[in-house]
Design a protein. Structure first.
Length: 96
């Protein structure tokens, strides 16, 4: 599959180093879902967003949408951080 210049999105089942490496090797980039199956990584990323260091705040963005439908209210939040140096230090196996 040609992924050059593409952003590949994968759910938590595909959050594996080998998959991320293959995407990078083929010239793509990735957005992987992160859940508890990567417990240490998950905990550190959650903490980074819930209690960001002051220096990290300048490199964070946040968006939120609220929709009402099907008898419920859905709140979707997206947070983006470009401050990943700490992540590469704490989890070097994910340095893809």
């Amino acid at each position: 599959m040609d992924v050059r210049g593409a952003i590949v999105t994968i759910d938590a089942m595909g959050c594996q180093k080998a998959i991320a490496e293959k995407i990078i090797d083929k010239g793509g980039d990735y957005l992987l879902a992160l859940k508890g199956n990567q417990s240490g990584l998950h905990d550190d990323v959650r903490l980074h967003f819930e209690q960001p260091a002051p220096a990290s705040l300048a490199r964070m963005s946040h968006a939120e949408t609220v929709d009402k439908g099907h008898g419920r209210i859905e709140v979707r939040q997206c947070r983006l951080s470009t401050d990943i140096g700490w992540l590469r230090e704490r989890h070097p196996k994910w340095n893809c």
